[in-house]
Design a protein around this ligand. Sequence first.
Ligand code: NAD
Length: 460
Amino acid sequence: MRITQATLAFRIFLNNLRPMETCDTPACQSAREIFRELEEYYDEHNLYFQTIGSVLHAADLLDVDHKIKLILSQPKNEIMVHCPVEMDDGSWRLIKGYRVQHNNVLGPYKGGIRYHHEVKLDEVKSLALLMTMKCALARLPYGGAKGALKIDPRALSRDELERVTRRMTAALGSNIGPDYDIPAPDMGTNAQTMAWMADTYINFAESSKKVTARGVVTGKPLEFGGSAGREKATGQGLVYVLDALLPGMGMALPDLSFSLIGYGNVGSWTGRLLQLRGSRMKAVMDHTGAILNEAGIDAEALANYVAETGGVAGYPGAEPINEATFYSTPVDLFIPAALEQMVDLQHAEQIQCKVLVEAANAPTTPRAERHLLEKGVEVLPAILCNTGGVTVSYFEWKQNRQSETWDAALVDERLQKIMHQAAQRVLEMSERLDCNMRLASYAAAIEHIAKVYEVRGVFP
Ligand code: NAD
């Protein structure tokens, strides 16, 4: 979209009008400087401003070329679609969708598609930026993207979901493709959503490209080109990261206690896999309520209960608790695995844990993170902890391209190697720059991206 002089003047007027100088952290200063240069409107409470702030702060610590900071500070493409969809009762709805393609210097864009009724463009931009960082940190041959449909998937029938998914895929058209931009499941979407997307895309593909066309999405059902281990991948990757990092903090997996926010794909797999390794799940909270059992909640039984009922509330093997009790329950590991920015300063003051492990994307506000670090809690960042999902997505894409099928043991072995290497990179960077794990993980990602720009050059 072309920005008119009047729009620009209005944005600058807004920037000058608002009391913006409240945040004087290096992250805010780095982001403010770049946004002013780009004459972009900013709000320090905005998730995108906060996310890019930390990334730019890490870039400053590395002293990377200014053009790299400029390039990373905005996505390459922001696509918006509106999908007319007929509901089961014969009424019509116009549903808004986004696909943000942040950066593709390392390879095709890659990132999930989220279905959520409150989704906003800046949230999708933040998640796309995090995907760029994640793929670079794990050295996957991908750039970063993210997409979303503004719907509540729980309020739609299966037929309605299928119609809107196919319509969105058609609307995205050549903006996605196995060599260009490869979506995957995220909140509110699953293997079935990916199967509908792939089927729609294959129907449009030229006959010579149909064989590899199903690689347009990952996270597909096993019978339709999915990979062994994809469903549990994000939780499994997180466990491998803990294996690599906890010993350095004087801890190890068996006998640790943990609590979880979110018991969907990521939360429930993390719970089950940690339980398999001998740890105890004390408390869980989701959109239906919070539960506690000091002796341990059976993660497998809770997963079955949630599959039947839709949430953790009413689970018979634990006591119902309120939100404040959930946050203040003492645990070794506190694991947010639901929405962004759920852990704010007030929650950080309540939390009593040794390590906060970010399974969700951007679950901790900058103020909350500062408070946790000050009180001695280690914070393991999302771009390291939840990279298992995109890594096994990469394995799926590779198998689709080569018409191969890997067994679960091979997937786990390769995932473990990539997660351990990524954790090692973060540790080394944190020692080199004498900084926290979040800054170190961004710095390890940016250093790689900057090197690739250096050898490729910036077109033209
Ligand atoms: P999901 O839809 O399977 O589960 C989401 C969970 O969040 C549910 O348990 C839901 O009850 C809970 N939740 C929603 N609103 C809540 C609220 N207000 N309070 C408490 N809980 C609430 O989603 P998912 O795939 O497990 O994704 C969770 C997070 O992990 C997201 O941030 C997502 O971006 C991130 N992530 C997912 C993957 C993946 O492979 N699925 C990979 C990387 C990162």
